[in-house]
Ligand binder design. Sequence first.
Ligand SMILES: [Zn+2]
Length: 323
Amino acid sequence: MSSIGIFRSSGYVTENIVHIDLEQYNSHEVCSAFIVTSPKSYAILDCGTSNDVPTLLTYLTSKLKVSLKKIKYLIPTHYHFDHFGGGWALWNHIQDCNPDVKVLTTSKTKEQLQNPDLHMKQAYRTFGNMIGEMHPIPDKAYNIVSPNEEIFLPGLSDTHSLSLVPSPGHCEDHVCPTLFKDNRPEFMFVGESGGTTMHSEKLVTLGSSMPPEFHFKTYIKSLQNLIKSNPMNIGLGHFGAIKGLDNSLKLLNENLEFTTYFRKFVKERYEEKNETRWIVEQFLEHEIENRVEISKIDMKLLIRIIVALVYGQLIDLGYRNPK
Ligand SMILES: [Zn+2]
């Protein structure tokens, strides 16, 4: 872990929270899953694409020696293919030996998970066949909860509680699965509401303005709420965890500032030249070095991500149609 709290390896973040690098797209440090552990049970937070599920299962059973029978819940932050696209496959695998395992989520996320076709079509345009497969999950698999409702996880101490804090903006259904201790967020999995990070030494982000549902105003409002809740540690969908209150707040505030700045950047460039590619090139040329450790990431993947980030802003600005 770095001196400013950046935690990007797989392993225990806190006593009750484990981080897993899903090795998405066969790359390290792209997409994260987390596990809430108690002496009696486990909840898995996000699981990546269907291609990532074997990596997750291997880590669970070989590294952590988790008995699949003790997995109580699979909990998505939101329905997107890269975070819970493999939910159906993971549920299928676990329920063979543990028929009580549930996909615990809100009715909003369930609705999206049950109708993945349009989402997968859109995702395919940007990420091609890296997106895996997404299928509806049997109705009996679901345990539907409301945002902020307390979730019962066997074995969790009396001082701890678990719930889904709503954080729309990246998409409508986004929530932050949060472990509270004495009613304070001890660990908040902010998912994509905290932005995308690609740096191991600086608390910098790239936002998460992916199409088609990114909504700037809602996203900023959610970020402000997360900041107000003073999380002691946070987990990111992309990527890893940030340890410590000051570092967590710094990262969330940085994402707020960046997303605001990035919107202006996209708007100004668009007014110069109405061409997505060109705006992406401008960003890569002028901004990327401050925010990304270029040597660590596959350039093709980085470009795909920046295209998505620019495109989401263009849609929300009303310059493009969500297709
Ligand atoms: Zn997403």
